[in-house]
Structure formats: structure tokens, C-alpha cells
Design a protein. Structure first.
Length: 507
């Protein structure tokens, strides 16, 4: 259908949340959905890019809950976009955690994880058992992770209002063990004392049960979504940046593009970050309460991305991820560093999960910390990327980060043959948002659970979706698409359908 038709649903942005909502609306209700994406490629952080003849992911390094009994697998199957060939099961020891004086490789499966933790930290045996039991129980309170289970409000409230830090500090003594249990804070960007045990458990549970990488980047998954959306009469339009959402009589009536074209629809959804979304409205018609709430939202810290072609002699396993921490203070894993502070944490993963036997090189993406405010002065400068001071600043930080990793892998920086970098400004440019935050809002207890930003808005036909409305990560953002359509379709029935495709081994 051409763009200038009137659509049943118009969606801003094509991240996995928007794609999931669009597909559900097409599949369940025959809605013709038009997705407007500002970038030249759809998929949001699912998309990958090529440099130095290698493919690099932007925000799809690995995902959990993808095993035979995985919830993410069941959701993708329900949407009919799952294809075994897109994914690669990671090594049975999939996450290599290196600290200043220890190394721990996280194995697949709760029993293996528990046994290995106890073997390494025998004096914390009881605490380890209790902690893992809590994780296994707490994930059961989320109906959209247990497909159709009834919501027990008090259990949900407790799971989302108790911090991970308070549970770990009560049960665990060894500082190194605490670092291991806190390591996935790097995946949501929230300090252990601000993240709820519930949200952290969803990430840990998924990874322990089934950690998978993408064989060739996340694009193929985005392609499958787009193909299905089209099969229901929808379309994904790229290079279509929405610059305004026009309203009349309490309803959104059109999405306006940079060239002034107006795209009309009955229902509107935005998968762009909430702050940017609210900027699309005439500010004078927004209700003060919601406007202030949006204004006050905190976002996660920006990260430095280094996309490197490395010599294979480095000897990395392409089916593992690597975490490097040199502080025993868990807040250092995610908190901003000042210019004078040393880097405390880095994460890297090979982007091609199946190593090319013919090639002498591999591609890896490394993510490191950024001193607070370092790139602030270039915000809003359209020519920032060619400013020599900006280029020098990010290159120096990248070299510092590579040297940091040398402390854990001695030949690391010497093995890097070429690299390219990204900063929060890169994210703002390619994935418009206010801060360039990798995981959207700071998913602290004060901004999630019962205090989450509602998908509903003051406009009766306009809804929000995306990682900032629920939880970060591809699974979290996909689920947010399901939650958004709850206001338009019968989500309970949909989740019963997903359950029929899920082999639940958690009962
Ligand atoms: C560096 C990094 C590493 C990550 N690693 C992982 C990982 O390994 N595993 C994992 O599960 N998750 C990971 N994530 C998180 C995950 O990628 C995100 O949680 C998820 O992709 C967010 O999906 P979304 O639908 O909310 O939004 P996004 O993917 O951010 O999509 C939003 C879309 O909206 C578009 N848009 C914005 N404004 C407009 C506008 N005005 N007009 C038109 N279009 C617009 C953007 O261009 C974008 O395509 C990572 C993220 C980052 C940044």
C-alpha cells in the first residue's frame, strides 16, 4: 500500500518493539500497519553494519530464553518469525567473567551454575542455593514470562520493589562472588541497589537457560518481521523521519515527515524513546502531569563502542562473551566515571558467532565506560563527526579502553588490527533519542514495576511501546510490543497461544 493511504495503524520507529506490535495487529486483527523509520535500515538496534569487510552488531550481541524451553523462542514462534538458522547456541560456558584476581565462566543450566559457584565459593554454599532459588521463583510472578499465569499483585510488587543488592548483600559474603552475581548489571545499565530483583532475575534466568547469539547479525530477524508484516498488508518505510504528531479533538490524526508529508491513520504508536516522542507534539496541548513525568525520566549511561577487526591469534572463542571488571564496588560496573577515574569495566563479544575458518581475523564489539559529560559539548552540532577534537577524544578513549582490556587479556590491544568507534552521539544520529542511552530509561525500581511509564497516553488512539516502557534487551522490548497491544487486542488470549508453543520446564 502506498504511504499516502489512510492506514489502520501508524507506528513511529521500527525497533523490535514496534515490529512486534505491528505484527500482532496484522496477524490478530488484520490491521494494515505502516511503520515509519528514520534510518535507512529497519530494526532499530537489531541492525548490523559492515566495516573492514566484517559485520558488526549494534545492539544484538546475545539473547537469553532461546533454548528449546525458552520464552523468547516461544514468542518469536508465535509471531512466526523464528528461524533456527538465524541463531547460534553459545558455548556451554557462555560468559567469561574476569575480575582483578579471579575468573569465572558461567555455564548453561541452573544445576551447573549452582555447582560451579559452590565449588568456587564453598563458604557461600547456603547463600548461593538460596539466591538461585529466589531467582527461579521470582520470574514466575511475571505473567508475560509465564504466558497467561494470573498476576499475583503482592508478589509482583515485592519482586519489583526489592533490590538485587539487598538480596545479594544479605546472602553472600565473598566480594568476588558478588561481582559475578552483579555482572549482568552491565546488560541493563542499572546499579545493583537500584535494579529490582525481579527485572534482574528475568535476564539472569533467560541466559542461564539458553544463551544464543546471532549467526549473521540481527538483520535477518528484522527481515522476517518485515516480511510477515507485509503479508498482512502492512509496510515498513525507511528514511521517513517523523518530525511531528498532529492532533485534533484529543486524538492523533497524522504523523508528519521531514518533507511535510502527513501520514494518516486511526491508531498511532511510538517505539521511539519517550522523551523524543513527546517532543513531536505541540507542547501546549500536553497535560502537565505526563509532561513533567517524561521530563524527569532518567536515562542509562552512554557507552563507548569499539568495533574491531582482530587477529585470530588472540584465541577468543566466538561463542562466548567476555566481561572485565577491576573493582569490587558493584556501582563501578555501571556508574559514570569522571575524567580522572580509571576505567573499571568493559564488555566484549565476537560479532560473528561462526568463525570463518579461511580467515585469519575475527570481528569483535567492545563496550566501555565514558567519563560523564565527555561528549556533551558536541550535542546538537551537526558536523560533530568530522571535528578533529571529537575524533581525537573518542580515539584516545578507545585506546585507553583497549589498554584496560590488556590487564585481563595481555595481547588484546596488540591483536586489534583496525577499529571504528561509536559514542552516544552516534546513537542519537542513527537511532534518534535524546541522550543516546543504550538501554533507554534507567530501569531503576523508581521507574519500573508499578511505577512504569504506561503505554496509554492522554490521546485515546496513541500508545507508547519500546524498551523504556517495560524492560531493556531484545526480549524485553519484544514483550513491550505485546504489552502495548493489550490496549487494542485480547493479550490474555494471545499469551495462551504463546503458551501452547512453549515447553515449560520451570513448573
Ligand atoms: C550497545 C548496545 C548493546 C546491546 N546489546 C544487547 C544484547 O546483546 N542483547 C539484547 O537483548 N539487547 C541488547 N541491547 C538492547 C537492545 O538492543 C534494545 O533493548 C532493543 O533493541 C530496543 O528495542 P526498541 O524497540 O525499544 O527500540 P530501538 O531498537 O531503539 O528502535 C527505535 C527505532 O525508532 C526509530 N526512531 C526514533 N525516532 C524516530 C522518528 N522521529 N521517526 C522515525 N523513526 C524514529 C529509530 O531509528 C529506531 O530504529 C543493546 C543495546 C545497545 C545500544
Amino acid at each position: 500500500m502506498p504511504l499516502d493511504n489512510k492506514w489502520d495503524v501508524v507506528i513511529v520507529g521500527s525497533g523490535i518493539s514496534s515490529l512486534s506490535a505491528a505484527l500482532l495487529l496484522g496477524k490478530e486483527a488484520g490491521k494494515k500497519v505502516c511503520i515509519l523509520e528514520s534510518h535507512s535500515q529497519y530494526g532499530g538496534y537489531l541492525h548490523s553494519f559492515k566495516r573492514f569487510g566484517k559485520r558488526f552488531d549494534t545492539g544484538a550481541h546475545y539473547v537469553g530464553a532461546m533454548g528449546e524451553d525458552g520464552q523468547f523462542r516461544a514468542l518469536l514462534k508465535y509471531l512466526d518469525v523464528f528461524d533456527e538458522k538465524i541463531f547460534v547456541k553459545l558455548d556451554d560456558g557462555f560468559d567469561n567473567i574476569k575480575g582483578a584476581d579471579f575468573e569465572f565462566v558461567i555455564p548453561t543450566g541452573y544445576k551447573n551454575f549452582e555447582n560451579k559457584l559452590i565449588a568456587n565459593f564453598p563458604s557461600d554454599k547456603n547463600g548461593i542455593k538460596e539466591f538461585l532459588q529466589i531467582i527461579r521463583e521470582v520470574v514466575k510472578v511475571f505473567p508475560s514470562y509465564n504466558f497467561g499465569a494470573k498476576l499475583n499483585f503482592s508478589a509482583f510488587k515485592e519482586a519489583t520493589e526489592t533490590s538485587l543488592g539487598s538480596v545479594v548483600e544479605k546472602l553472600i559474603k565473598s566480594p568476588n562472588l558478588k561481582i559475578i552475581l552483579y555482572s549482568y548489571c552491565a546488560l541493563h545499565g542499572v546499579s545493583p541497589h537500584d535494579i529490582s530483583i525481579g527485572m534482574h532475575a528475568l535476564i539472569l534466568d533467560g541466559l542461564i537457560r539458553g544463551a544464543y547469539g546471532f549467526r549473521n547479525g540481527g538483520d535477518k530477524l528484522a527481515d522476517n518481521f518485515a516480511q510477515k508484516i507485509r503479508s498482512f498488508g502492512g509496510e515498513v518505510f525507511c528514511n521517513k523521519k517523523v518530525v511531528a504528531l498532529n492532533t485534533s479533538d484529543g486524538k492523533v490524526i497524522s504523523a508528519e515527515l521531514e518533507n511535510g508529508q502527513k501520514v494518516h491513520g486511526d491508531i498511532f504508536i511510538s517505539g521511539a524513546d519517550p522523551h523524543s516522542t513527546y517532543k513531536l507534539f505541540d507542547q501546549s496541548i500536553l497535560k502537565a502531569g505526563r509532561k513533567n513525568r517524561i521530563k524527569k525520566l532518567n536515562y542509562t549511561q552512554g557507552v563507548l563502542g569499539i568495533y574491531a577487526k582482530v587477529n585470530k591469534s588472540l584465541g577468543l572463542n566466538t561463542r562466548k562473551n567476555y566481561y572485565c571488571f577491576n573493582s569490587k564496588d558493584p556501582n563501578h560496573l555501571v556508574s559514570p566515571i569522571s575524567e580522572s577515574t580509571q576505567i573499571k569495566a568493559a564488555f566484549f563479544s565476537p560479532t560473528s558467532r561462526v568463525s570463518d575458518a579461511e580467515s585469519t581475523t575475527d570481528a569483535i564489539a567492545i563496550f566501555g565506560q565514558i567519563p560523564e559529560g565527555l561528549f556533551e559539548k558536541w550535542k546538537g552540532d551537526k558536523n560533530y563527526s568530522t571535528d578533529s577534537e571529537y575524533i581525537d577524544t573518542k580515539t584516545q578513549l578507545a585506546n585507553k579502553t583497549l589498554k584496560f582490556v590488556d590487564q585481563f587479556f595481555p595481547n588484546f590491544s596488540r591483536s586489534v588490527m583496525k577499529f571504528s568507534t561509536s559514542t552516544p552521539l552516534t546513537n542519537i544520529r542513527y537511532n534518534p533519542s535524546v541522550s543516546g542511552a543504550p538501554y533507554g530509561i534507567y530501569h531503576s525500581m523508581s521507574q519500573t514495576g508499578i511505577r512504569s511509564l504506561s503505554n496509554k497516553t492522554q490521546f485515546e488512539n496513541f500508545f507508547l511501546t519500546g524498551q523504556s516502557t517495560l524492560m531493556p534487551g531484545l526480549l524485553g522490548a519484544c514483550l513491550s510490543g505485546f504489552h502495548t497491544v493489550d490496549h487494542l487486542l485480547d493479550l490474555e488470549q494471545i499469551l495462551i497461544g504463546v503458551k501452547s508453543l512453549w515447553r515449560n520446564t520451570n513448573e
